[in-house]
Design a protein around this ligand. Structure first.
Ligand SMILES: [Fe+2]
Length: 243
């Protein structure tokens, strides 16, 4: 008999991102009653219209309040279902739920990281001088900031379908910087640290930019939070980006 603690460790959803306790009424397997942590939508660190004109208030309201909320809701439901499936010894159901947990758990983590690595254009957080050590590392790695910026933008535009682009620092001390992309809602894994990420799903830009994906990518640079990026690069952030 597998204990619930063992199940939880197996799921390994130990991210501190917006851990929150909420009652989920009507479910026979209640995560809170079982002492299991559930997840909640994190509040944005700025108003919905704060990123205009680069990202519209309408996009932000739908993206955060609807899309991200749905990932959180479905993650909690899937975790409850998974625990019920374990208790029932239903291995087929457990297997079927793995992709649901991966997709919605990744969606929650990715968006939580994304909101924090954006800031209103013109604010102190968006000034490159906030990230002196990170920028120096970028220049060492790519030979110049503009070269990096072009490489990152190109990687974003080469994503086929839905996905994310990330600047990451490889796991371990002295880990180097690299640009990676992930498909759908796959999160960055393997111990690599996310410095910042950009959502390349159509829901992130289509209402404002329509098919002008390149314009979205060009404008996203105006709202990158370089203070958050520096904190993540230097290990000063408590955020985690792994399932
Ligand atoms: Fe998104």
């Amino acid at each position: 008999m597998v204990s619930l603690n063992t199940v939880w460790q197996y799921l390994a959803l130990q991210s501190p991102l917006q851990l929150h306790s909420t009652m989920m009424s009507g479910d026979s397997f209640n995560l809170i009653k079982m002492g299991v942590t559930t997840f909640a939508l994190p509040a944005l660190p700025y108003a919905y219209d704060a990123l205009e004109p680069h990202i519209s208030a309408q996009i932000m309201e739908l993206h955060h309040g609807k899309h991200h909320q749905t990932y959180v809701t479905n993650l909690n439901k899937a975790l409850e279902s998974h625990i019920a499936a374990v208790a029932a010894g239903d291995v087929a159901a457990q297997i079927a739920l793995q992709q649901v947990i991966k997709f919605n758990g990744g969606g929650h983590i990715n968006h939580s990281l994304f909101w924090q690595n954006l800031a209103p254009a013109g604010s102190d957080e968006t000034k490159l001088e906030q990230a002196k050590e990170l920028v120096a590392a970028i220049e060492r790695t790519w030979g110049g900031f503009d070269t990096f910026k072009n490489a990152f933008s190109t990687a974003l535009l080469e994503i086929q379908g839905s996905g994310w682009g990330w600047l990451t620092r490889e796991a371990g001390s002295g880990g180097g910087l690299r640009i990676v992309t992930t498909k759908d809602q796959d999160p960055v894994v393997g111990g690599d640290v996310v410095i910042f990420g950009v959502d390349m799903w159509e829901h992130a830009y289509y209402l404002q930019y329509m098919n002008g994906k390149a314009a979205y990518v060009e404008n996203i640079w105006n709202v990158i939070n370089w203070k958050t990026a520096e904190d993540r690069f230097l290990g000063r952030s408590e955020e985690k980006n792994e399932l």
